[in-house]
Design a protein around this ligand. Sequence first.
Ligand code: GTP
Ligand code: MG
Length: 502
Amino acid sequence: MDLCPFMLFKPNVKSRQKDLFSSTAPPKSMIKTSSSFYLYMGMYAVVEFASRDSVSSLLDVASVPSNNHESTVPYKSRLLTLRGPKEVTNQQSRKQNHPQTTIPINELIQRVSQEKSIDQQIVSLTEAYQLTEENSRLRFLVCSLVKDIASAYFPECSVELFGSSVNGFGKLGCDLDMFLDLDGISGRNLKMPKSSLAVEYQMKQAASERSATQSILSVIGGCVDEFGPGCVGVQKILNARCPLVRFAHQPSGFQCDLTANNRVAMKSSELLYLYSQLDPRVRHLVFTVRCWARAHGVTSSIPGAWITNFSLTVMVLFFLQQRSPPIIPTLDHLRELAGPADKSVIEGNDCTFVSDFDRIQLSGNTETLEKLLCEFFEFYASFSFKQKSINIRKGKEQNKPEAAPLHIQNPFETALNVSKNVNGTQLQRFVALCQESTWLLQQSDTITPKGGYTVTAWGLATLLLPSQIAAVKSGKKMKREPASERIKSLLESLKNKKQPRT
Ligand code: GTP
Ligand code: MG
C-alpha cells in the first residue's frame, strides 16, 4: 500500500496530548513532523510523519481492538485510537483545539460590524470563513483514507479532491468532493503497442461507460459502508446525472461525495482556482456573495431549485469580466494563452486553458471591494435573465439557447446549463434580494460605521441580516431618505410588486 504520511488519531480522552507519541513506545525510526488537534464529537489529532516508512512502522505495532462483546471487520486503516493512562483536563485540551467549522452568522455580523470600512468588512468575512491550513490537510487526509479503501479493489487508482475544498473558494464546513480516477488502469490513456503481438488483461464489458461507473461506485460505496472506519450514512446515488456515493466521515465531520469519471469537474475546479488566484478581490467577492446568499436562503445545502454555490461563483466571475477594465480574463483568452502541455480534451470538450500564471497579464482595474459589491447587486438586479445567458468563456452575455429561467453556460461542456435546476421563483428571489441590497448599500445609515459603546450592525453586516432586507421590502426604511434616480426606479419595481425582469 502506498501510504500517505498522515494519520488520524483519536486519543483516548484520558491521555495527555504530549503523551500522544510516548505512550505507545513508537519505533525509533518514526519521526513526527507536525500534529494538530481538533474537536469533533471527541478529540482528534492529525499527525504528519516524516516518511511513509514511519507510518508503516507504527501500523506494525498497532493492535486490533479486543472486544469480547462485538465482532469487528478486520480492516486496518490509518484512523487509530490511542489509549493511555493519564488524565487530562478539558481546559487543557480545549486550548489547543482548532475549530473546523465557521463561526455562526450572528458572531460574524458582530465581528464585521467592528471594522471601519466595508472593504475591511469583506476581508474580515473571508478570513473568518476560508479554509484553514489544518482543515485543508484534514481534507487531503480523508481523501487518502478513501483511496486506501478503493485501492483494495483497484490498486492503481487515485482519489483526488475537487470542488470548493481545492478551488480557492472553500468555506469551513463545506463538503468534500472526491473523484475516483481509474484512468491509469482503464486503458484510456495507453498508447498502442508497437509490435503486433500484445498481451491484454481480460476484463468484463459493461453496457456503457455510465453503467461501468455505476458498478464501480456501487462496489466502492459498499466497501466504504461495510469497512470504512468512521464512515456513516452511506448513500449510493447512482442514477443522478453524475452518479455518486455520499457519506459522512464522522471523525472529521466532513460530508463526502465520491464520484468517478468526472474529469470535467476536476478541470472546472482548476479553472476556478486559477481565477481565485489572479486577483484577491475575486475570492473576497465570491466569499461575500456566497455568505450573503446563504444568509437569505438563496443557496441551500439541500439539493433543489436553488442557485448552487458553483453557479453563484460563475456569476461573480462573469460580473468581474464586465468591469472596465475587466478584473479577470475570459476563458477564451486563457485558452489562447495556453501552451502545448496545457492542451486538454475531455469527452470531446475542449478544456484547454493556460496553467502558467506568468503568462496572464494582470488587470489595471483598481475598484474597491465596496464598489464592486454594490455594482454586483446592481448588475444582477437589472440583468435581462429572460433573454440572456451568462457566459464566462466569451465574457459577454449571449442569447439564451433554451427557456430555463437562469442560463449559465457550463464553461467546458458548452451545450449544458449549470443552473438548469433553478426555477423562476428562486431566480425572482435572487433578483429581488439584489435590488434590496443595492438600495441598502446606497443608504448613508447603512454605509457609515456606528460609534458608541455597543456594536451596531452596519455596512456589510446589514446585508447579512434578513430583518434589514425585510424592512426594505416593507418600505419602512425607504421613506427615510431619497435615493438616487437609478435606485428609485428599482424601488418602484419593488413597491408595485412587479415581477423582476427575468
Ligand atoms: P460547495 O457548495 O462549497 O460544496 O461548492 P462546490 O464548488 O464544491 O460545489 P459542489 O460541491 O456542488 O460541486 C463540486 C464541483 O462540481 C464544483 O466546484 C464544480 O466544479 C462541479 N459542479 C457542480 N455543479 C456543477 C454543474 O451543475 N455542472 C458542472 N459542469 N459542474 C458542476
Ligand atoms: Mg463541494
